[in-house]
Design a protein around this ligand. Structure first.
Ligand SMILES: CC(C)(COP(=O)(O)OP(=O)(O)OC[C@H]1O[C@@H](n2cnc3c(N)ncnc32)[C@H](O)[C@@H]1OP(=O)(O)O)[C@@H](O)C(=O)NCCC(=O)NCCS
Length: 354
């Protein structure tokens, strides 16, 4: 059966670090609270646009696959923090990479990468495209509300990317399932970043979240999604070699793993270093897991995600023979001499570091 296999991967995590201690210097929180309740130690704040981060991750993924941008039939950027409403981040990525394949952004919030992978797999299975670049890229620091300590400590910026190619072999996406419960749309929202904010500048463009409700739904729904995806792939929980969950909260990841009765050693996490990077979190984790040798040829990799909407989804993949990059390239973006806190201060009204 024709399906999509991942043949290249890459990531871009901005150099400017925002530690828990940095946050504790400007809001009423502590390193101990943040680590205990979320598992986060630090996150990154971007000094470049979403499109630049997305392109940097994409260039690595293309080099890893030994392909170029103009060989892509499709570019999807999963994001809920695009630089502009029009055109898409994906169009700007294509502007930097070349090519005339289809481009689109996909907003399923933090589930975006699993959604985009599933869409690309469907288009490959249908024969519409042969190769696609799938990117998760987010600049959620733009939406941080430092008056709300329950959300301000959770999010960070970054991008991850994969190149997928049609295969008739045993590797690739074995199954996926995508869901959403729109009745829960208000428990996680960024209202003013859309046209609501254009018509009424008083609508805040910051994250508004009922943390406990999101937490409860995340654990239940990600577990359900994984079970259905496994069934559809004809596999059991014991067959999972590596679980890559959306990195939102270490307690959510641990609770989901317990619910699935999955061996904790199979769970890859990097939330301590980047916080919640929304749609970017799974491809960043995947890229790091591969580079650290955590994924072996033929491994069954499960991806599970949830996010605003409330969306959730899961994908089961069998890895191919190659777990190393064809080429490894350094990023060509300019650096920054600003700290994470200085970059955040520049975009958060009322934050005076003096
Ligand atoms: C946000 C979250 C970390 C809060 O953890 P929690 O254990 O549920 O904490 P609660 O909201 O019950 O708050 C407990 C206490 O900590 C306080 N608190 C909240 N944020 C705090 C912070 N950053 N620092 C210190 N104290 C904080 C609260 O005010 C509350 O104090 P009170 O008991 O005196 O009222 C957790 O609910 C969560 O991760 N939810 C899911 C969020 C998520 O994943 N969102 C993204 C989806 S893609």
């Amino acid at each position: 059966m024709r399906r999509a296999a991942i043949i290249g991967w890459g990531d871009y995590t901005p150099p400017a670090v925002l530690s828990n201690m940095d946050l504790a210097s400007v809001i009423d929180t502590s390193d101990e609270w943040i680590q205990t309740r979320s598992g986060i130690k630090e996150r990154r704040i971007s000094h470049v646009s979403n499109a630049d981060m997305a392109t940097a991750a994409a260039k690595q993924a293309l080099a890893a696959a030994d392909l170029s941008g103009d060989e892509m039939d499709l570019i999807i950027v999963a994001t809920c923090s695009p630089d502009r409403a029009v055109p898409s981040v994906a169009a700007y990525v294509q502007r930097q990479l070349g090519g005339v394949g289809a481009t689109m952004d996909l907003n399923a919030a933090c589930s975006g990468f699993v959604y985009a992978l599933s869409v690309a797999n469907g288009m490959i299975a249908a024969g519409t495209v042969n190769r696609a670049l799938i990117i998760g890229a987010e600049r959620l620091s733009s939406f941080i509300d430092l008056q709300d300590r329950t959300t301000a400590v959770l999010f960070g910026d970054g991008a991850g990317a994969v190149v997928v190619e049609a295969t008739e072999g045993p590797e690739g996406v074995l199954s996926s399932n995508l869901h959403s419960d729109g009745s829960l749309s208000e428990i996680l929202t960024i209202r003013g970043a859309g046209t609501e904010g254009v018509f009424d500048p008083d609508v805040p463009h910051t994250v508004d979240m009922e943390g406990r409700e999101v937490f409860r739904n995340a654990v239940t729904r990600m577990g359900e999604g994984a079970v259905v995806a496994l069934e559809n792939a004809g596999l059991d929980v014991e067959d999972i070699d590596v679980l890559i969950s959306h990195q939102a909260n270490i307690r959510i990841i641990d609770a989901t793993a317990r619910r699935l009765s999955i061996d904790p050693d199979t769970v890859y996490t990097n939330i301590h270093a980047y916080g919640n990077t929304s749609a970017a979190s799974i491809p960043i984790a995947l890229s790091e897991a591969l580079d650290q040798g955590a994924i072996k040829p033929g491994d069954v990799v499960a991806m599970v995600a949830f996010g605003g909407g409330l969306t959730w989804g899961a994908a089961i993949l069998r890895w191919g023979d190659r777990v190393t990059r064809h080429h490894r390239i350094e990023h060509d973006l300019p650096g920054t001499d600003k700290t994470g806190l200085e970059l955040l201060a520049a975009r958060v009204r009322g934050l005076d570091l003096a």
